[in-house]
Design a protein around this ligand. Structure first.
Ligand code: NDP
Ligand code: GDR
Length: 373
């Protein structure tokens, strides 16, 4: 019988980590994931994949670790002897990176170097293939539209600058030591398990709660920002494909279609029968309910349900991103399966279901536990 391939995923508790772990397990891999110690459970997204460590032949195993600590990375990689490493761990929130720039550089930039060095120290250069989660944020102040593998970078946040280091150190280790190391330059990708503070999930969650009367208003920053949004489930397939080639290469992964944050709000609201009309400009822009159809939404025509809060503006913004995935299509035979409207629909449905549960609990008169009693 052929030996199982072994994969190690950093950031396994995140959105992509969860989808990728599931994909690899379905392909028959033994999957190891690195999770951080937290004061509360942080494994919600992968709980459905959990396997009891007391049973034999466990194919999904978790290890405590952190990208800021070389000792654990070397130890885990030595123990696991992975055929493939997917480096998905990162402080991944662009706005937060302005608040924690040094930590972001350490985890997202030097963290990548730590893994590459661990592979080298352990003499695994010829065995272990390495995937780096690079990002369209590298293009920042865009120099060419649409953006492709050869488009020059111009990062616009501490996050993007840290990821720029990670991108180039991956290329350098490939060229210097002949390692199979590559960058997936992924444009924004979302899903029902997207972190709640990224704009898409913030919108779908808020619209569902507003529709059910659990929340009055959604506060956003720059609604004119344009993004190329795909589905995370489609994109993790690409991460795997990139490590199955003859030669390591870097690829742009995107849909090639762009929408504004404002349009995303309109599409999400439309899923629940709400038509939103925007008026005003800049910090004074608001979104008002123009019509309500069906019985899913309780809100009334004329209500203001979207407002701009300048606290969500970034010191330097990435106004527009649009990817050209031609190389991935040609060389990897990949095309994204999910359209934006399908993605929005899936996310709104999931958040509406969760919000309905909250509203039923509220109706039933749930009493919060008093810790002082
Ligand atoms: P998430 O924010 O959902 O997940 C990030 C993961 O990294 C979590 O598991 C988190 O752990 C972990 N993590 C954060 N800091 C550390 C650290 N110091 N040591 C170990 N683990 C850490 O991100 P996504 O799944 O959306 O993205 C995956 C990767 O792809 C990231 O590197 C991101 O920057 C990059 N990327 C994402 C895109 C997107 O649109 N989603 C687009 C392009 C690139 P915990 O759960 O404990 O917080
Ligand atoms: P981004 O995603 O910065 O592109 O990084 P995010 O969803 O945070 O922002 C997208 C755009 O929406 C604008 N925006 C807001 N953003 C947030 N988070 N909250 C708001 O209230 C809000 N209002 C408007 C932002 O200004 C921005 O223009 C994501 C992350 O997953 C990165 O890790 C990844 O590298 C890139 O995508 C590609």
């Amino acid at each position: 019988m052929e030996d199982k391939k072994v994969a190690l995923i950093t950031g396994v508790t995140g959105q992509d980590g969860a989808y990728l772990a599931e994909l690899l397990l379905n392909k028959g891999y033994e999957v190891h994931g690195i999770k951080r110690r937290a004061s509360s459970f942080n494994t919600d997204r992968i709980d459905h994949l959990y396997q009891d460590p007391h049973v034999d032949h466990q194919s999904f195993k978790l290890h405590y670790g952190d990208l800021t600590d070389s000792t654990n990375l070397i130890r885990i990689i030595q123990q696991v002897q992975p055929d493939e490493i997917y480096n998905l761990a990162a402080m991944s929130h662009v706005a937060v990176s302005f608040e924690t720039p040094e930590y972001t550089a350490n985890a997202d930039g030097i963290g990548t170097l730590r893994i590459l060095e661990a592979i080298r120290i352990l003499g695994l250069e010829k065995k272990t293939r390495f995937y780096q989660a690079s990002t369209s944020e590298l293009y920042g102040l865009v120099q060419e539209t649409p953006q492709k593998e050869t488009t020059p970078f111009y990062p616009r946040s501490p996050y993007a600058v840290a990821k720029l280091y990670a991108y180039w150190i991956t290329v350098n280790y490939r060229e210097a030591y002949g390692m199979y190391a590559c960058n997936g330059i992924l444009f924004n990708h979302e899903s029902p398990i997207r972190g709640e503070t990224f704009v898409t999930r913030k919108i779908t969650r808020a619209i569902a709660r507003i529709a059910l009367g659990l929340q009055d208003c959604l506060y956003l920053g720059n609604m004119s920002a344009l993004r190329d949004w795909g589905h995370a489930r489609d994109y993790v397939e690409m991460q795997w494909l990139m490590l199955q080639q003859q030669q390591p290469e870097d690829f742009v992964i995107a849909t090639g279609v762009q929408y504004s944050v404002r349009q995303f709000v309109e599409f999400a609201a439309a899923e629940l029968g709400i038509t939103v009309a925007f008026e005003g400009e800049g910090a004074a822009e608001i979104g008002r309910v123009a019509a309500v159809t069906g019985d899913k939404a309780k809100c009334k025509v004329g209500e203001v349900i979207v407002k701009v809060d300048p606290r969500y503006f970034r010191p330097t913004e990435v106004e527009t991103l649009l990817g050209d995935p031609s190389k991935a299509k040609e060389k990897l035979g990949w095309t994204p399966k999910t359209t934006l409207r399908e993605l929005v629909s899936e996310m709104v449905l999931a958040d509406y279901t969760a919000a309905r549960r909250d509203s039923l609990v509220k109706l039933a008169g749930f009493q919060a536990y008093d810790y002082n009693e």
